[in-house]
Design a protein around this ligand. Structure first.
Ligand SMILES: [Zn+2]
Length: 367
């Protein structure tokens, strides 16, 4: 009970700037080490302002910043705005001092409706080390969690995978061969890539530090994500050769304004574990059953399917059409357009209102 009262008392003291952190009842903040770490953690969260990040070099060691421009991989838990500055309530659930660091678990939530139900966005883990003459700093959850993972380095790709995963060298070799070909065709230098793979998405989220994030749970499906700023990919259920995400790392940066970058990755590497041919066959089957589906607004065209994103498959198809006509030069030209309207009009010579018949004909004729 004393601990509980002490925590309630300290709740008001933990507010720091915009941080808006609150302590859950029962969290013991006694002791100078915990208080120093708490102050540091609050100071970090308070430094996030809209999309703006604090000076990360004040919180992360130089080695971490050399490996990643954004060492904290929990910042973008829900979208491209930092989780810590979207006005959610940050409740510190747990503070655990150990020999090496002070461990924080924090829940980010909001009241969801008029009857007070809580919506939880994420539960994060942060580790604050104090034993440094330069003051506190964060230890990355990756450093702690990768202790139970294996790694393998091949050419320019370092694969990280859970210990129970049996590394498939044949698949990894096939990825490397595709990378070499891509570099040659596009006249690009190798990029060092961190490739994290696991059977499930949840394992990858836990690796980043989450106990919970909105994208966790539900039925498993193959999924991946790329980060072309820090040259890393995360692939769940897709093994060692998910070329799609690697294509993003190489080519996204060349065409930041292109509306068809996802199509290029699908053209080269399929989507969600299946080739573009497989994807288009599925889209075609749907379209034949649904003559009312209107591809004149294909950017709004989608249907609920665990294994296909029709918009991405159609973008991949457009890449395939242009590649068949003019090869890599054609693809480079295609990627330089900044709107789908221009792509249809100037590249494909298809007028507004004709997209539906054009796309249906080509989706069907892709085989
Ligand atoms: Zn993609």
């Amino acid at each position: 009970m004393i601990k509980y009262l002490l925590s309630l008392l300290l709740t008001s003291l933990t507010l720091c700037g915009n941080a808006q952190t609150y302590l859950n009842p029962g969290v013991d903040t006694s002791g100078i080490e915990v208080q120093t770490a708490l102050k540091f953690f609050n100071h970090y969260l308070a430094g996030f302002n809209g999309k703006e990040l604090p000076d990360l070099s004040k919180f992360w060691e130089a080695d971490e910043l050399k490996l990643r421009t954004i060492p904290d991989q929990q910042i973008y838990a829900i979208n491209d705005s930092p989780l810590y500055s979207q006005g959610y309530k940050a409740t510190i659930l747990y503070i655990k001092p150990t020999d090496k660091y002070i461990h924080f678990k924090t829940q980010f939530s909001a009241v969801n409706d008029s009857v007070g139900n809580i919506m939880t966005l994420a539960v994060t883990n942060h580790y604050v080390a104090l034993n440094d003459k330069n003051g506190p700093y964060f230890i990355n959850p990756f450093t702690i969690n990768l202790g139970s993972w294996q790694s393998k380095h091949l050419r320019n790709v370092t694969f990280f995978y859970p210990t129970q995963h049996k590394f498939n060298a044949r698949k990894a070799d096939s990825l490397i061969q595709q990378i070499v070909k891509l570099e040659k065709n596009w006249n690009l230098k190798p990029i060092d890539i961190l490739y994290y793979l696991a059977n499930t998405w949840d394992e990858l989220q836990k690796l980043k530090g989450f106990d919970f994030a909105l994208s966790m749970g539900n039925r498993e499906k193959p999924s991946g994500i790329s980060d072309d700023k820090d040259n890393q990919v995360f692939c769940a259920g897709l093994g060692e050769n998910y070329f799609h995400e690697v294509v993003h790392v190489y080519l996204n940066r060349l065409y930041p304004k292109s509306p068809i970058r996802e199509g290029l990755a699908v053209f080269y590497g399929g989507s969600m574990g299946h080739s573009i041919d497989w994807q288009l066959k599925r889209v075609n089957a749907y379209l034949e059953k649904h003559p009312e589906a209107d591809l004149n607004n294909f950017e709004d065209f989608w249907y609920s399917d665990l294994y296909t994103n029709p918009g991405s498959a159609i973008r991949g198809l457009i890449c395939s059409i242009v590649y068949k006509k003019d090869g890599i030069m054609g693809l480079k030209r295609l990627m330089s357009y900044t709107s789908m309207k221009d792509i249809f009009k100037l590249e494909l010579k298809v007028e507004d209102g004709q997209w539906n018949s054009y796309l249906r004909k080509h989706i069907k004729g892709h085989y």
